[in-house]
Design a protein around this ligand. Structure first.
Ligand code: XMP
Length: 520
């Protein structure tokens, strides 16, 4: 059993998932309650997560130093390492900020924590502070391009620390680092050999059974309205509900004009397959009217969220007048939506994913979110085991607020049409070049910036489109896709030639972190 102390990290839950994938059980707890629980239940190991605060900030989360006297191995990740250093007499400063990939060099020393690691590999960082002096008794196991103390240990006290994030998909050998820590906590050859390769089919079959039963227990005899978008998350969530309550599920698709072309047809087709018929509400004009003049991205999310709820509640009243008791609204919320919308005690709000934070505070419907604790790749695995078609399961995700968050500034009918046209060009070219399968998400952004162009010998001042194409599995980290230059060039010239008013196209080469996938 490993306890993960959550100092407000975006990835505390992900650390827990990784440790479970390695065969140990986990519990994520708040630092304030940690010491009592640890003393009572005596876990084999403890991980201090990262967190958004600086260890010197007022109200920065901390932990009772007696945790260091219990002789339980502790691994500090990022903020966790900085906190260990500060509490035990090291030095932390607001130092070189580092977000995204860097290279870790392992020093030639024998340590269980660096067992089976290559001498150099890529790791992902996300920190503003850095440890500049280690507490007494610590030694360095590895350094990054900029940090002396990126990978450290105090063998006698069984304390370990990494400034990088071993839990994220893009850190190479991250699972090996965590596996090494587990073998320090609990020397068990069955864990040490293969990592435990969970039999994922059995694993998700159980998850499906549990979620279907949970839905039945929660909903009882009532009806459920479903917010469906034609995307993977809401469709997988809907399939679970249909399995649980069948015809008492009322899916609703809101065609607000902000979705990709052809989505309505997709929704009808996929719901036919899962044995349910969605109500389609066409509200494009009203949606644009409500977004008129709005430029702030969070406001856009709130407006779209509020409009959705009004529509769902109207349908709820209609159903109730027809004698159906509707109490729940199904949403395909997944864990990355929750954590980015500030899902835990010490975490920061990154954005209000409209299916989590963008909803009005007062709602008549209660939320039903069976996928709230799952990551994107897990939702896809569940979808496959529910027999949803493969080409659908691996389709690109699309944000709930749709193109509204891909148009910086005001969403007008004219800019929306341009965005849709450019989006189609990007998809077309990636498909033609057989690149769609390697891409997690791709889209143009109407940036709201303007630049000069020369069109047929005449000066022209038009909008700049940014192209965002990224690779990711679990959404928590992402890298820009290395699309061949000729394909990028083709996309660029097609957008400038075919979409009116565009002066140039730029390619976004930011990683997540620090940049999120969407621009808003
Ligand atoms: P970010 O931009 O947060 O994107 O790195 C991660 C994933 O979430 C999607 N996304 C949203 N989905 N409502 C949603 O339902 C939102 O407000 C929202 N914002 C981003 C994004 O498309 C990507 O798949």
């Amino acid at each position: 059993m490993v306890y993960i102390i959550d100092f407000g990290s975006q990835t505390a839950h992900l650390i827990s998932r990784r440790i479970r994938e390695l065969g140990a059980s986990t519990k994520v707890i708040n630092p304030d309650e940690a010491l009592t629980e640890i003393k009572q239940l005596k876990p084999d190991g403890i991980i201090f997560s990262g967190g958004p605060a600086s260890v010197y900030a007022k109200n920065a989360p901390t932990i009772d130093p007696r945790v260091f006297t219990l002789n339980i191995p502790i691994l500090g990740i990022c903020y966790g390492l900085q906190l260990i250093s500060k509490i035990l007499g090291g030095e932390v400063i607001s130092g070189k900020k580092e977000y995204g990939p860097t290279t870790l060099s392992i020093l030639p020393k024998t340590s269980l924590l660096s067992k089976n690691l290559p001498p150099r590999f890529k790791v992902w960082m996300s920190h503003g502070d850095e440890v500049t002096k280690l507490p007494a008794g610590f030694e360095v196991l590895g350094r990054s391009e900029t940090l002396k103390f990126a990978f450290v240990q105090n063998l006698a006290k069984r304390l370990y620390g990494v400034q990088f994030h071993p839990e994220v998909e893009h850190t190479e050998n991250g699972m090996q680092v965590l596996k090494n820590f587990l073998s320090i906590c609990h020397p068990d050859p069955s864990v040490d050999e293969e990592g435990s390769k969970l039999d994922s089919s059995v694993n998700y079959q159980n998850a499906i059974k549990t979620q279907v039963q949970n839905i039945k227990d929660i909903v009882k005899e009532d009806f459920v309205i479903g917010a469906v978008s034609g995307g993977v998350d809401s469709t997988v969530a809907a399939t679970l509900v249909v399995k649980a309550i069948g015809k008492k599920f009322i899916p609703i698709y809101i065609d607000n004009g902000l979705m990709r072309a052809g989505t309505t047809k997709w929704v009808e087709k996929i719901f036919k397959q899962i044995g349910s018929k969605p109500i389609i509400l066409k509200v494009e004009e009203e949606m644009l009217r409500r977004l008129k003049g709005v430029t702030d991205s969070e406001k856009k999310r709130q407006i779209i969220g509020k409009f959705y709820i009004e529509l769902f509640e109207a349908k709820m009243r209609e159903a109730q007048n027809a004698g159906k008791n509707v109490t729940y609204l199904l949403q395909g919320t997944i864990y990355s939506d929750v954590i980015e919308s500030q899902g835990t005690k010490h975490s920061s709000k990154i954005k209000s994913h409209h299916n989590v934070g963008g909803l009005p505070k007062k709602m008549k419907l209660k939320l039903l979110e069976p996928l709230r604790n799952f990551y994107k790749d897990e939702v896809r695995a569940i979808g496959l085991q529910l027999n949803l078609p493969k080409e659908f399961i691996f389709k690109q995700p699309f944000p709930g607020p749709g193109f509204a968050v891909r148009i910086r500034g005001e969403v007008t009918k004219d800019r929306l049409e341009k965005e849709k046209l450019a989006d189609k060009i990007v998809l077309d070219e990636l498909e033609k070049n057989n690149l769609l399968k390697d891409v997690f998400i791709s889209f143009p952004v109407m940036t709201g910036s303007y630049s000069t162009a020369v069109l047929g010998d005449e000066r022209f001042f038009g909008e700049v489109v940014a192209l965002r194409i990224v690779q990711s599995k679990d959404v928590m980290t992402a890298n820009f896709a290395e699309i061949p230059y000729p394909v990028l060039q083709k996309i660029s010239s097609r957008i400038v030639n075919e979409v009116p008013g565009i002066s140039r196209v730029v390619y976004d080469i930011s990683t997540k972190p620090p940049a999120t996938m969407e621009w808003e």
